[in-house]
Design a protein around this ligand. Structure first.
Ligand code: ATP
Length: 428
């Protein structure tokens, strides 16, 4: 039963294979510790005795394989114990993946068999895709593997801010509070929170990311054998479904985990039936997954962007910088006015190239936009380049031709080429 509302320190005894599902309060953190037994948060074991401070608004579960006592201190929105979870089926998947990693490791010289599992996690919104991805990565890291986490979900973004496709190696179980470590993520900026804003551009970025990882793997047997876990979007109908197939193809996926949707699973089984090296596996959705409506998702995006600039526990201080218009070169991809028919060779049809690079002149429309700083050396490399980070435009002074922006650190930007989309943020 839900027992929110109490501020006193309290203990919860969990039987084996049970979990304590918690939503922390909207404005205050929760302290939690493991008193007896063993327990994990989304695949990462929690240390005994030590108080963990869980930030506000987090939805998570403390699961135990063999039984545990948990102590909590602070308010929660809800907390309740569940004895029915799909965890056994999830750990069984992990065991199969682990076997494949071992086989890959045993044949390092063969380019085919040395490749560990490439797992794509699919399912509708709020089916627990990010959570399952995280558990599989943490369990693998605990075993000493260095799997690569690929996040194609531009709507939320668990590696960096929304509007990006990104990848990062996971070398240690993911910290329940700090999240994915950000030492060396490979990030491509799409700039919109839904792929329908520019499907072709989205596909180009997914392909660039896959090719970059493929190059890295070719020189790194350990990463190669560890494989990848690829989180996808909850958009699974129509074009969303096409994009799933595109991702499966582009990353040469070998295992597709389908969460909580019979129809999607049978569709994928059918279209992939001629590929004996691809397994499509249906998994049950956890009853603990919390549904989020459009408004909650939008808020979560704002928090993610805030976190980028201010840190997960408000521990970073971003810098405000003022530069001249002429110091920055801003581009967007696709759209914009087409060439007039009169400017085209006779017989040619005007076509809007969705991946065309368009130079943007600086004006007040840039206010509150989040822009990406490209690693490109030349404008024509922008579309295929990953990004160094992001800035947030806080003022545009048309009179003095100066632009003010927030950046995670002081000093000059790593490049003068910026990419603009439709990603905005209102700081509050
Ligand atoms: P999206 O539609 O954004 O792709 P998703 O399918 O990836 O969502 P998750 O992000 O994994 O879903 O889960 C949704 C929310 O539910 C998250 O806040 C997550 O922390 C929470 N959650 C998942 N599993 C549990 C659980 N067993 N107990 C409590 N909370 C959970």
């Amino acid at each position: 039963a839900a027992t929110g509302g109490s501020t006193t320190v309290r203990q919860v005894k969990l039987d084996k294979e049970c979990e304590l599902r918690i939503e922390t309060s909207l404005d205050s953190p929760l302290r939690l510790r493991l008193l007896t037994g063993t327990a994990e948060i989304f695949g990462t074991e929690i240390p005994p005795e030590i108080w963990l401070t869980i930030p506000p608004r987090l939805k998570f579960a403390v699961f135990t394989w063999y039984g545990a006592t948990i102590e909590m201190d602070g308010l929660t929105e809800t907390d309740y114990t569940a004895d029915e979870t799909p965890m056994i089926s999830y750990i069984n998947v992990h065991a199969v993946l682990d076997g494949r990693r071992n086989r890959a490791k045993a044949s390092p010289s063969d380019s085919d068999t040395s490749q560990g599992p490439r797992v794509v996690v699919v399912g509708p919104t709020d089916s627990g895709k990010s959570t399952l991805s995280r558990m599989l990565l943490s369990w693998a890291a605990k075993q000493g593997w260095k799997p690569t986490f690929v996040d194609l979900d531009i709507g939320q973004g668990s590696i960096t801010i929304p509007g990006c496709v990104a990848a990062t190696p996971i070398e240690l179980p993911i910290d329940p509070v700090e999240g994915i470590p950000l030492e060396m993520p490979m990030v491509y900026f799409f700039g919109h929170v839904t792929p329908s804003a520019n499907i072709d551009h989205y596909k180009v970025l997914v392909k660039e990311l896959a090719q970059t990882l493929e190059r890295q793997f070719s020189g790194n047997a350990e990463s190669r054998a560890s494989g990848m876990v690829i989180n996808t979007m909850g958009w699974i109908e129509g074009v969303g479904y096409e994009l799933l197939l595109h991702a499966i193809d582009t990353f040469n996926a070998t295992v597709i985990l389908v969460l909580g949707q019979e129809k999607l699973c049978s569709m994928l089984k059918d279209v992939l039936k001629n590929r004996p090296n691809v397994d499509v596996v249906k998994l049950q959705k956890s009853g603990g997954v919390v549904s989020r409506n459009a408004k909650v998702r939008q808020k979560a995006r704002g928090y993610r962007i805030r976190e980028y600039f201010y840190g997960p526990s408000n521990d970073l201080s971003p810098h405000s910088n003022v530069v001249n218009f002429g110091d920055l070169f801003i581009y967007r991809i696709g759209g914009g006015p087409q060439a007039p028919r009169s400017a085209l060779p006779i017989g040619a049809e005007p076509a809007a190239d969705p991946t065309r690079l368009v130079s943007v002149s600086i004006n007040r429309d840039l206010l509150h936009l989040v822009l990406a700083v490209s690693y490109a050396n030349e404008p024509d490399q922008i579309i295929s380049s990953n990004v160094a980070g992001f800035i947030y435009v806080t003022d545009v002074d048309m009179h003095r031709k100066k632009i003010t922006y927030l950046a995670p650190c002081a000093g000059e930007l790593p490049s003068k080429y910026l990419i603009m989309g439709t990603l905005t943020w209102i700081e509050n």
